[in-house]
Design a protein around this ligand. Structure first.
Ligand code: GDP
Ligand code: IMO
Ligand code: MG
Length: 451
């Protein structure tokens, strides 16, 4: 019997023969564009069905806005499932943690009567140190016009040290002797770079130890061995949501390098960023806006530098949750979403902010690119081609009607339904949900059976 259950769990679809319903348990949620797709809203919406919500990469570069129980929450590090008392929120080993920011976020939630005592933090996650923040800013300054446009939160330098094996991990906070030794080893290099390369102030071991060991007191009860815990949960058919930050095109390997973040926001990152095998993943949800935005530098084929672009920013309130920067905006790019379907193995697409398109008489969708007389229907591998790619558009009629009150697909005006069907066909995966406003009830559920 157990083997049958196991086999069923491994299938991509829920299965209920023999009258027994063995439902999917390991679900990954990722951004299908350049971030800010509304991952926080969708996580919050479906989180009730889960036992665990696990962040697997990134740090406080993320900014997830959630409207829950009539109040607005902005989360940067803590998983978006924190609002549900039955959920165990987890920060996985693939994340980088600025303990100061984490504690501030915990304090803010507690002040809002949202308990954080269930939060678990992987002992193997890496710490963002003060010199990482300094180096992030200094490196951006040095790049000048060629800057990446990072959030300057120290994300890149922290992952650099992780790969360079000079990183300091959460578990190091629990042993003062080891912690001091590691700071000493790191400062031997960092102080040279800060002082000699950038002419910035340097740090003493004492200075950092004093600050971070105070954080350690607060964080210690939350430190856990996450991988065995999540594997046990999945083995017991508990529901685990792997919550991605950033988006596919910001992936270090698969994004628009070098204009990317330094982690793996694609679905594979959930395996390495938590410590579970790929066969544990049953379903992969990709979130995409009904248009597209990007913060920071880098190529963006459908970017609009006109009145329509301004309308996306105004109507869609396109300002970064973390840095407050105005986002760049453009028409929906089906080539990028199709790429996200492949790279992540998306089983479902979730379209957010469809309501923002209600303001447009006609709506464009990029279906291919043109560059140097060639047509590309997939994201070109060569960066120069992508940088110079001109979008090939198909134009669809708008609906000019308020759709924020629609709760079923049938209630949407025909032109809106046609728009969804059009992008669904181009992506070649079903559109499982459609968001028509920022609050959780402003969502059309098409393919979400829940628990
Ligand atoms: P995330 O980083 O992917 O979680 O996305 P952000 O929270 O940074 O940005 C998405 C913004 O859009 C947030 O302010 C959400 O409240 C808002 N939002 C999400 N879904 C919808 C929607 O369907 N319509 C509208 N108008 N706003 C939405
Ligand atoms: P969420 O989770 C949008 C962008 C930055 C910059 C690049 C590298 O809210 O979708 P970094 O500080 O990570 O080294 O910056 O990545 N970026 C995001 N853009 N949403 C995010 O997160 C982002 N996190 C990082 O703007 O271009
Ligand atoms: Mg965001």
């Amino acid at each position: 019997m157990r083997r049958v259950r196991e086999r069923r769990r491994e299938s991509a679809e829920p299965n209920n023969f023999d009258g027994e319903l063995i439902k999917m348990a390991g679900i990954v949620l990722v951004g299908a564009q350049w971030g800010d797709e509304g991952k926080g809203k969708i996580t919050d919406l479906i989180a009730d069905d889960f036992d665990y919500v696990v962040r697997f990469q990134g740090g406080n570069n993320a900014g997830h806005t959630i409207i829950h129980g009539g109040r607005m929450l902005k989360l940067h590090l803590i998983p978006s499932g924190i609002m549900y008392p039955h959920i165990t929120p987890i920060i996985g080993n693939g994340c980088v943690i600025d303990p100061k920011v984490l504690i501030e976020e915990m304090d803010r939630l507690e002040a809002d009567d949202l308990s954080t005592h269930r939060l678990l933090i992987s002992c193997n996650a890496h710490l963002i140190m003060p010199y990482h923040r300094d180096l992030d800013g200094a490196s951006e300054h040095r790049l000048g016009k060629a800057e990446i446009g990072t959030t300057r939160r120290g994300i890149g330098p922290a992952y650099q040290d992780k790969a360079g094996r000079l990183g300091i991990r959460v578990q190091d906070l629990t042993d003062e002797h080891i912690f001091r030794k590691k700071i000493e080893a790191a400062l031997a290099e960092k102080n040279d770079i800060l002082g000699k390369v950038y002419g910035l102030p340097i740090y003493t071991v004492e200075q950092i130890a004093e600050e971070y060991l105070a954080y350690a007191e607060r964080i210690r009860p939350h430190i856990a061995e996450v991988s065995p815990l999540v594997n046990r949960a999945l083995g017991a058919c508990q529901w685990v949501l792997f919550e991605g930050a950033q988006g596919t095109l910001l992936d270090l390997d698969h994004g628009t390098y070098p204009f990317v973040t330094s982690s793996s926001p694609t679905a594979g990152g959930a395996c390495t960023g938590v410590g579970v095998g790929p066969k544990r993943i049953d379903r992969v949800l990709g979130i995409a806006k009904a248009y597209i935005t990007r913060v920071g530098s880098g190529p963006f084929p459908t970017e609009l530098d006109d009145e329509n672009g301004k309308r996306f920013i105004e109507i869609g309130c396109e300002y970064g949750t973390t840095t407050g920067r105005e986002r760049r905006a453009g028409w929906y790019d089906a080539v990028i979403v199709r790429y996200a379907v492949e790279v992540n193995g998306l089983t479902d697409l979730i379209i957010t902010k469809l309501d923002v398109l209600s303001a447009f008489d006609t709506i464009k969708v990029c279906v291919a690119y043109e560059c140097d007389g060639h047509r590309y229907s997939t994201v070109p591998g060569h960066q120069s081609v992508f940088h110079h790619a001109k979008p090939v558009y198909e134009e669809l009629p708008g609906w000019n009607t308020d759709i924020t009150g629609c709760r079923t697909f049938e209630e949407l005006p025909k032109a809106a339904r046609d728009y969804i069907t059009f992008i669904e066909d181009l992506a070649d995966v079903p559109v499982a949900m459609i968001a028509v406003g920022p609050s959780r009830e402003q969502t059309i559920m098409r393919r979400w059976e829940g628990r």
